[in-house]
Design a protein around this ligand. Structure first.
Ligand SMILES: Nc1nc2c(ncn2[C@@H]2O[C@H](COP(=O)(O)OP(=O)(O)OP(=O)(O)O)[C@@H](O)[C@H]2O)c(=O)[nH]1
Ligand SMILES: Nc1nc2c(ncn2[C@@H]2O[C@H](COP(=O)(O)OP(=O)(O)OP(=O)(O)O)[C@@H](O)[C@H]2O)c(=O)[nH]1
Ligand SMILES: [Mg+2]
Ligand SMILES: [Mg+2]
Ligand SMILES: [Zn+2]
Ligand SMILES: [Zn+2]
Lengths: 208, 208
């Protein structure tokens, strides 16, 4: 009989309370473009769905401020020394945001390792990788790759100036998690963002 | 009276054994360019100094292979689930590399958070940040900024295509760690790499 950790018990509690709410956990290295992507994509959906964002960072309210500036509600968690959000952080944020939502977006602390191991009650982890990071990253950080459902390759506008093979990257990632759904985007040109919006909408409708 | 952790005791042991050896701990997010920088800079120094590299990654030997291809000795540690190297990993690597060195380089697991808290017996942490990550990263990940001695802003060849102010980044970083020594580099064009080599040489001579 498996003994649940404190976090797993809290995540199970959240999952129960968020039954009608689509919950997506956005994870990536620092600076891959999570906030930029959310800034652009959530405006495409906010008039149709009630959306709130939980922002996790060691320090500052920069990311929650950026989200709020688009007209979407956000709550900033500052983790201090901690390198990942835990279910209890999400619960605290929801105490302020409320549970009466269609879609809850969690932007985790920038970290390609530890957030893979902490369930936040999400329906899916959306992993971002920037083309500037190198195409072997899915293999070098396989725990995160395996935990993902969607995989977004971002900053494709920079492809001419970097050594990155989209095909190689996808191959590495599929080798670890064959079920991944792939997207390629640029928050600069807007390319591919509509497909990400469609994915999020699909996940939102699925929870209704 | 302070009680030392297991890691702190092992780090103190290492520091003792590495008295004549300069030890530098290279830290950054995944893909900021640690391995690329070491590939280029260590060739400038390897004919003058006896150098070895400890490579830390969750999985694969890609980075140790890249270092070895330049003619510099390297030992790959695979941490599995762990998101940072610990002193005991460095000790195990030195069991293979030997202690008879002028310079020991440690390339930590790509992670801007956890490696800040684990002493590996180094003389200094060298923090890398890529211009593609965003100029507010020193403030958003302040524990790592504060732990640094040198701060290398890399991939400056990409400045025309990204939203990054070098001045703003330095200002944020100095606000947290006034003692930081700054460098700007491109592993693509080679700009600034000689200054990093000079810094490493200075640190190596200082330990003799
Ligand atoms: N060229 C280019 N730059 C981008 C793109 N997306 C984001 N950026 C830039 O990348 C930097 C980091 O973007 P953020 O959105 O802050 O990244 P993040 O993943 O939220 O960062 P953390 O929350 O700190 O982990 C910013 O300077 C953005 O302007 C893109 O598609 N192309
Ligand atoms: N344009 C440009 N690309 C760079 C530069 N430095 C490194 N890169 C690229 O950035 C990607 C990642 O470089 P790495 O050296 O593997 O980065 P890393 O920090 O060692 O990555 P991890 O060890 O996985 O954390 C590779 O595709 C490099 O070619 C640079 O100065 N300019
Ligand atoms: Mg962000
Ligand atoms: Mg590397
Ligand atoms: Zn962690
Ligand atoms: Zn960690």
């Amino acid at each position: 009989e498996k003994i649940l950790t404190k976090n797993e018990m809290k995540a199970a509690e959240l999952r129960e309370k968020l039954k009608g709410v689509a919950v997506l956990n956005f994870v990536s290295s620092p600076g891959s473009g999570k906030t930029s992507l959310l800034e652009k994509v959530l405006v495409m959906l906010k008039d149709k769905y009630k959306i709130a964002v939980v922002e996790g960072d060691q320090q500052t309210t920069h990311d929650a401020d950026r989200i709020k500036a688009t007209g979407v509600e956000a709550f900033q968690v500052n983790t201090g020394n901690a390198c990942h959000l835990e279910a209890i952080d999400v619960e605290r944020a929801l105490g302020s945001l409320g549970y009466d939502l269609d879609l809850l977006i969690i932007e985790n602390v920038g970290n390609l390792v530890c957030p893979a191991e902490y369930d936040l009650g999400e329906d899916a982890k959306v992993v971002l990788l920037s083309v500037t990071e190198g195409d072997d990253k899915p293999a070098k950080y396989p725990v995160m790759t395996r935990a993902g459902s969607a995989y977004i390759i971002n900053k494709i506008d920079l492809l001419p100036y970097v050594d990155f093979s989209v095909d190689k990257c996808i191959e590495y990632a599929k080798g670890i998690q064959p079920e991944l759904e792939f997207f390629t985007t640029s928050c600069r040109t807007g390319e591919g963002l509509d497909k990400v919006a469609d994915y999020i909408e699909k996940m939102t409708k699925a929870k209704k």
